[in-house]
Write a protein that binds this ligand. Structure first.
Ligand code: 13P
Length: 348
């Protein structure tokens, strides 16, 4: 009964693209910061957030030599998908020429849910089908939509989870109809004093609702990617769970709630340090018998150090690319559970 509206050709295309996005040893670079977010990142290095600077920075990232060894896809922001590099080649094409799949963030940010204490729902369903047609013509082969769940006193509310699960499933169904692989991202924020057990409970509750809605909307599970948070202690909790506990707890929560038909889970980094995100991914991939690929779709944990190395100066471009390549390589090793701390000292 599932996905009866999709032709065999579309099913094949979605399934193949989703599998390629979580190819072994590789992961996704999230470079889809919205204008306010990239401004915050540029402020940290004293660079003005102009279209030209944003173009230069993202072109630098995408033209990193051999990036395709460890990066399967890149998530772009609307502006970037419309920009060309200095040689006039569209940035999406720069990526596809290297064998990296271009994708696009399609949500339009958050708004408060009336009747809740400032819980959020994600906007952007109106005209989504038309926008996706254009994005596809510009070279995008997958999309991303981020929902945000905050853990707090009696939060998340049932309403918040219901509305976000429903919206994520609507988005995913519209994407597949347009022939784009949806990345379904229910981000559970790391912020707060909660312990890891609370994080696990909320993760299981959220994911069971999300997959129930995806099934109700007849989303082809083989043709999508899940982008969740890892199950960790809240960042203000006094006794932080160790790496092995995070890995075991995360895998346990996902085994309980995520169908084995899903090709892969590509974690967000969510404010963890670059090294810790890699260590967690590595520890999870050491666990036997995983039914899905466990991969990464990191923004900050891939870019933070490269951004600091660049500082907006063209003469630093090569150093910044070396730093990005090195982080991608570390995470590539973590995909096999083969990352070691020793690799941190092997930056070119
Ligand atoms: P972080 O890895 O920095 O959390 O970003 C990933 C992302 O795409 C959030 O939507």
């Amino acid at each position: 009964m599932n996905h009866t509206m999709l032709s065999n050709t579309v099913v094949k295309e979605l399934t193949e693209t989703a599998s390629a996005m979580v190819a072994k040893g590789k992961g996704i670079l999230a470079a889809d910061e919205s204008d306010p977010t990239i401004k915050k990142r540029f402020d940290s290095i004293g660079v003005d957030s102009t279209p030209y600077n944003r173009r230069d920075y993202r072109e630098l990232l995408f033209t990193t030599p051999d990036l395709e060894k460890y990066i399967s896809g890149v998530i772009l922001f609307d502006e970037t998908l419309r920009q060309s590099g200095k040689n006039g080649v569209p940035l999406a094409e720069v990526l596809s020429q290297k064998g990296i799949i271009p994708g696009i963030k399609v949500d339009k940010g958050l708004t408060n849910i009336p009747g809740t204490r400032e819980e959020k729902v994600t906007q952007g369903l109106d005209n989504l089908g038309d926008r996706l047609e254009e994005y596809k013509s510009l070279g995008a082969r997958f999309a991303k939509w981020r929902a945000v769940i905050k853990i707090g006193n009696h939060q998340p509310s049932r309403l918040c989870l219901d509305i976000n699960a429903h919206t994520l499933a609507r988005y995913a169904a519209v994407c597949q109809q347009a022939g784009l692989v949806p990345i379904v991202e229910p981000e559970i924020l790391i912020n707060g004093p909660h312990d890891i057990a609370t994080s696990r409970t909320i993760t299981e509750w959220t994911l069971s609702k999300v997959f129930s809605e995806l099934s109700r909307h007849r989303v082809l599970i083989e043709g999508m990617i899940l982008k969740p948070s890892m199950v960790t202690s809240g960042d203000e909790h006094t006794d932080q769970a160790d790496i092995a506990t995070v890995a075991e707890t995360t895998v346990k929560a996902f085994k309980r709630t995520v169908p084995a038909a899903l090709p892969g889970i590509a974690f967000l980094s969510g404010g963890q340090s670059s090294e810790l995100a890699t260590q967690h991914l590595n520890a999870m991939n050491k666990i036997d018998g995983l039914p899905w690929e466990l991969s990464f779709s990191f923004g900050r944990a891939l870019q933070e150090k490269a951004l600091q190395a660049w500082k907006g100066k063209p003469e630093n471009a090569k150093d910044a690319q070396d730093v990005l390549f090195h982080r991608a390589q570390c995470n590539g090793a973590a995909r096999f559970g083969e990352y070691t701390r020793h690799m941190e000292n092997q930056l070119k």
